[in-house]
Structure formats: C-alpha cells, structure tokens
Design a protein around this ligand. Sequence first.
Ligand code: B12
Length: 260
Amino acid sequence: MLSKKGVDFGFILRRYDVEIENKGSPEAIAKKLLPKDAVFKACAEDVLYMRFKDVGKTVADALKSKKPLDVINEGLVPGMEIVSKLYAEHIYYLPEIMLAAKTMEIGIALAEKQLGSARKTKGLAVMHVAEGDPHDIGKNIAAVMMRAAGFSVIDMGRDVAVDDVVACVAKEKPFLVTGTALMTTTMSAFPAIAAKMKAKGINIPFMSAGGAVNREFSEGFELGIYSEKAPQTPPIADKIVAGYDWKKVKAEWDNIVKGV
Ligand code: B12
C-alpha cells in the first residue's frame, strides 16, 4: 500500500486553470493595488466595480472623516488607475472604462462641492485637451486641484483646436496654459500652440501633461514645461505666479515637485 505520509493533498487537488484565471481577475489585481485605508478603499472599489448608484453615499461617508482632496487623490483616482490597468490587460473593455469614469466623476463632483471657493483668485489658467483627443479625466482632476488651490480656471474641454487655444490665451491673458494628450497622435498640437503663442508675443509657460507626453518632449520646445501628475500643477503654478518664467520652472522642476 502506498504511504500518504508527507503528501500535500491540497497541492494535488489544486485546479491550475482557476489559479491562472484568478491571477488576472479584477479582484486579484485589485487586491494588490487598492488603497490600504478602509475609507479610501471603499471609494476606489466603487470606481473599480462601476457602482455609480452607490458612489454618492460612499463619498459622502468618506467626507465625514477625510479631506475632499484626499478623497479624490487617495480614493477615487487610485480606483480609476486600477481600471486603466485592467483595460491594458484586456480584462476590462470600453463599456467598463466609460462606467468607471462616470462613477469617478460623480464622486469627484461631490467632493469638489466641499472644497469651497477661494476668496481671492491667485491667477487665471487656461486648460484644455489636445485636438482629436477625447481623454479628459486627468485634465478634469488637474482643474479641480487648481481651483482648490485658489486659482481660476478656464476649462476649454477636450478636442480643442490649436487656433482656439491660441485665441483664448490672447484674449484672456492667463499666467499659464496647460494641454493634455493621452494619444501619441495628438501631442504634436502642443509645440504648434507654443510656437503660435510666441509669434504673437505671448511668453507664458505652456504645460504639457498626460500619458502620451514625457518630460523630455514637454521641455523640448520654447515655453514648454512639464507636469507628470495632476497634484504637481498647483506648486508649479505658485512659482509662476511668484515670477518664475518657463526657463526657471524647467531648471528647478525637480525641487518644485519634490515629494508631490
Ligand atoms: C479612459 C480611456 C478612454 C475613454 C476616455 C474617457 C474620458 N472622458 O477621458 C474613452 C473610452 C472615450 C477612450 C477612447 C479611446 N481611447 Co482611450 N483610454 C482610456 C484609458 C483606459 C484610461 C485613461 C484615463 O482616464 N486614466 C485615468 C486618469 C486619471 O489618468 P491620466 O489621464 O493619465 O491622468 C494622469 C496623468 O496623465 C496626469 N494628467 C493628465 N492630464 C493632466 C493635465 C494636467 C494639467 C496635469 C498637470 C496632469 C495631467 O495626471 C493624472 C494623474 O494625476 C487609457 C489607458 C491608460 N492606461 O492610460 C486609454 C488610452 C489613452 N486610449 C487609447 C486609445 C487608442 C483610444 C481610442 C483611439 C480607442 C479606439 N480604438 O477607439 C479612443 C479615442 C477615439 C477618439 N479619437 O475619439 C490609447 C492611446 C494610445 C496612444 N499612445 O496613442 C490608450 C493609452 C490605451 C492603450 N493602451 O492603447 N479611452
């Protein structure tokens, strides 16, 4: 008779296909990436699982113990980041992305209401998403952060034509203009806008942002500065309002965004 001594039956009876399936399930990926804090985790989970009917209550509860900007940055945005990862891994598809984005927007709108408006504006920024690009979630988050930090924002929306941006900047005279591109096919609008601004004698910094651009590209043309994450925009904006031009922001960028 065969001896059973030392035999691990759990190992023999394991279904390998289940393990492989689990590795890629939303739950398995989320487990590693969800925020540790229970309140932020609940917000992130509502976005991740597209619970657009529940997110209002979850965020309202979260706002009882957390600051509105933290609910956005540490709860709702990490949820959307997991969604992006699931999309990249072909676990989520466009319908999930749309529903998750809608859920996040409902949550952000609620948190934004509690931010209150600054008494006196620190200055005006013009923000837009590049021509041909529909990806406005990151820009919307950056706009919320700018307003929360006391700046006024003209949000031109998404898919904005180069000449419309230049015309708006010439008319409104902001201290900063930002452009977001998530598609490699749309980012070329930014050096074109900066060149047209220069030709009109407008020398304010042009901040490029979004997944399609990096620091090298963003700083590679005149007026160009970079912001990697939405929360980096207010500290950079503070420096510009304090008198930094685009060259000085470029030179001191690492220090300005340190720890943000
Ligand atoms: C959501 C999404 C969509 C949504 C957009 C909804 C919306 N309202 O924005 C929808 C479904 C509409 C969409 C459509 C398409 N998409 Co899409 N989409 C995404 C996805 C999954 C997530 C993007 C996102 O919102 N992330 C969450 C936010 C919070 O992150 P974020 O935007 O990067 O923002 C962060 C930073 O970049 C930065 N930031 C962003 N903006 C700004 C602005 C400022 C001022 C600052 C300071 C910082 C900042 O701060 C944020 C964090 O702090 C990405 C994949 C990915 N991993 O990025 C693909 C992705 C961007 N899409 C892609 C593509 C190809 C498309 C389509 C062409 C698909 C198709 N075949 O139809 C279409 C576009 C068609 C068109 N021209 O109209 C590609 C782009 C590839 C490329 N390199 O060119 C990606 C990368 C997917 C991929 N891997 O292929 N998409």
